[in-house]
Ligand binder design. Structure first.
Ligand SMILES: C[S@@+](CC[C@H](N)C(=O)[O-])C[C@H]1O[C@@H](n2cnc3c(N)ncnc32)[C@H](O)[C@@H]1O
Length: 231
């Protein structure tokens, strides 16, 4: 399992192609606010983060995106390889509608977007891989085990599950992340940043083999990637 903090894949024609793909996705959103939000998401989850996640996703097969929001990362990964299919779920109906509309605008046919709550998704088929980008800290603490168990059950043996989240330490980075999260979701919603050792222990208990590494940022964000593989 490899960390990719060097930015070594960020040059050359492939990198330019991926950059153009990102611009095309952002342009396809019709609302100026959503477009700006998606642009910011692609700044926060930058190219080397996408590559860090993407290296574990198969080029063919079914991939689950839990808490897909407006669907931008499903569209990104689906657009790179037409023989894989991306299946996004989110709790927010209007985000799901937007994701479907933008997929149609872009002519990206290897995606589906459905309404669903993490841990209670109605899944009829298994997946070769799954990911959750900045979702775990938005889930009530008591729901996280059920969420992880459902992903474990839905994955085929050997399949990867990538969690990109916010680490608990150091405190000043946690406060920075909390300030931005609160600006997005307000004061009412529960936000729980899990210490990496705790989430890692839970993932192992559920049956994943886990490798954890930081994703370095120029901003004081405590980004962390959990690379989990089903035995
Ligand atoms: C920070 S956004 C991240 C969206 C997307 N993964 C991205 O990286 O742009 C968090 C998303 O989680 C969704 N969400 C929150 N609680 C959820 C739950 N219990 N089940 C599914 N989605 C949830 C929200 O609606 C929101 O779209």
């Amino acid at each position: 399992m490899r960390a990719n903090n060097s930015g070594e894949w960020n040059t050359g024609p492939e990198a330019r192609k991926r950059k153009a793909h990102v611009s095309r996705i952002v342009r396809a959103y019709d609302s100026a606010i959503v477009k700006l939000y998606c642009q910011l998401r692609f700044v926060i989850i930058r190219q080397h983060f996408l590559d860090s996640v993407g290296q574990y996703l198969p080029e063919q097969g079914r991939i689950l995106d839990v808490g897909c929001g407006f669907g931008l990362f499903s569209l990104y990964f689906a657009g790179l390889h037409p023989h894989r299919s991306l299946h996004g779920y989110d709790l927010n109906a209007s985000r799901i509608e937007t994701a479907r509309r933008v997929a149609a605008n872009l002519g990206i046919e290897n995606t589906s977007f459905e309404l669903g709550a993490a841990g209670a998704l109605s899944l009829s088929e298994s997946f070769q891989a799954a990911y959750a980008l900045d979702i775990v800290h938005h889930l009530p603490e008591t729901k996280v085990r059920g969420f992880l168990e459902q992903i474990h059950a839905a994955l085929e043996p050997g399949g990867y599950f990538l969690i990109k989240d916010v680490d608990y330490d150091p405190a000043y980075k946690r406060w920075f992340a909390l300030f931005l999260d609160r600006a997005m979701v307000g004061l009412r919603e529960e936000i729980t940043y899990w210490p990496r050792e705790r989430l890692q222990a839970l993932l192992r208990e559920i049956g994943f083999q886990v490798y954890v590494h930081e994703l370095r940022d120029f901003l004081p964000y405590p980004h962390i990637l959990y690379v989990c593989q089903k035995h």
